[in-house]
Design a protein around this ligand. Structure first.
Ligand SMILES: [Zn+2]
Length: 130
């Protein structure tokens, strides 16, 4: 959280994020997410009591939710990984669809955004989720 504030402030001052700062931000978000996913995997696959049927029944609801969250987080993790690739290739911040620059405001809200706001809107309208 503290890191994020620093990045936010320097981005506001410079207009554009420095490559190193951006890489650091994405890397720390990736590591955080990885740790969270690892923690959830433990919940799902280790913290179970297969002998206790009642516990298992209530547990499976929690497990379903955890698995759904896990899926979402895994997808986000992939997005972050590919954003890091784009930083390395120098294509970060450009829309993958139309090639236009993604606005700073959008990147502040979603640092791993692949599409500009227009293309993202179009993609979700045509049910191809971003
Ligand atoms: Zn676009």
């Amino acid at each position: 959280m503290k890191n994020r504030e620093v990045v936010h402030m320097s981005a506001a001052k410079n207009g554009v994020k420095k490559k190193g700062t951006l890489e650091k931000l994405l890397t720390s978000q990736r590591d955080e997410l990885r740790a969270r996913i690892t923690g959830r995997l433990d919940e799902v696959y280790i913290d179970r009591e297969p002998d206790d049927e009642a516990a298992l029944a209530s547990d499976s609801v929690t497990t379903d939710m955890t698995v759904a969250t896990l899926e979402r987080e895994r997808r986000t993790l992939e997005e972050i990984e590919s954003a890091l690739e784009r930083v390395k290739k120098g294509t970060y911040g450009l829309c993958a669809f139309c090639g236009e620059s993604i606005t700073t405001a959008r990147l502040e809200a979603l640092p791993w955004a692949r599409l500009c706001i227009h293309c993202a809107g179009r993609a979700s309208n045509s049910a191809a989720a971003d």
